[in-house]
Design a protein around this ligand. Structure first.
Ligand code: TYD
Length: 207
């Protein structure tokens, strides 16, 4: 089973991805936790190029191609082999992030992004995508609390966050079967509990 986490920066999805991974380990279910961009030596190097605050000249197409290259390597080198071995693969962000950030939030055309997403992943679709739904304003104010430590992608304005947010909502509406949308304003443990309820149902575990 392939589970992805999506949401705005500072939505709390990385914490939830980790908690799900710990939960599955405690149930002796083989699972692996990955993050995007990253997860392989090559992908981590690409991540550094993408997020470097000095790279202000990067074009939208270069940025999108780098995210896609990083993802393609991760899918071939880690995700597919683990799924084959029967692992639950948890990925903190996947191609829906490219759709939301590079197309809805950025300058890339939606049709092209969806096509390249498909090419980069060889059509590998998540079985379940958990969207942590946090209002753009809340994400933005959390981002600003971090001050200067923001990376290139986080260093954006509220209008951008609004567009990305609308993107995630649209993608979720178009893919109702695979998406689970959870309110990010709930407590960490409430969010975790509703995630494990959905995952258990899907994995057909009765605990
Ligand atoms: P990261 O520090 O991992 O953010 P987070 O912990 O919130 O996931 O940085 C990843 C940044 O890259 C984040 O701002 C979202 C952005 N991103 C895209 O724009 N497109 C993508 O395809 C992916 C995977 C991430």
């Amino acid at each position: 089973m392939f589970i992805t986490f999506e949401g705005l920066d500072f939505s709390g999805k990385s914490t939830q991805a980790k908690m799900l991974h710990e939960y599955l380990k405690s149930k002796k279910i083989s699972s692996v936790l990955l993050r995007e961009p990253g997860g392989t030596t090559i992908s981590e190097k690409v991540r550094e190029i993408i997020l470097d605050r000095e790279h202000i000249e990067m074009t939208p197409l270069t940025e999108f191609m780098l995210f896609s290259a990083s993802r393609s390597q991760l899918v071939s080198q880690v995700i597919k082999p683990h799924l084959k071995k029967g692992f639950v693969v948890i990925c903190d962000r996947y191609y829906d992030s490219s759709t939301a950030y590079q197309s809805y939030g950025g300058k890339m055309e939606l049709k092209q992004v969806l096509e390249v997403n498909d090419i980069a992943t060889g059509g590998l679709k998540p079985d379940m995508t958990i969207l942590i739904d946090i209002a753009p304003k809340a994400a933005f104010s959390r981002a600003n609390l971090r001050g200067n430590a923001k990376d290139r992608m986080e260093n954006k304005n509220l209008a951008y966050y609004n567009k990305v947010y609308k993107g995630f909502k649209d993608i979720a509406n178009r893919n109702k079967k695979r998406f689970v949308v959870i309110k990010g304003s709930l407590t960490i443990s409430e969010i975790h509990n509703s995630i494990i309820e959905k995952v258990n149902k899907k994995l057909k575990i009765n605990y």
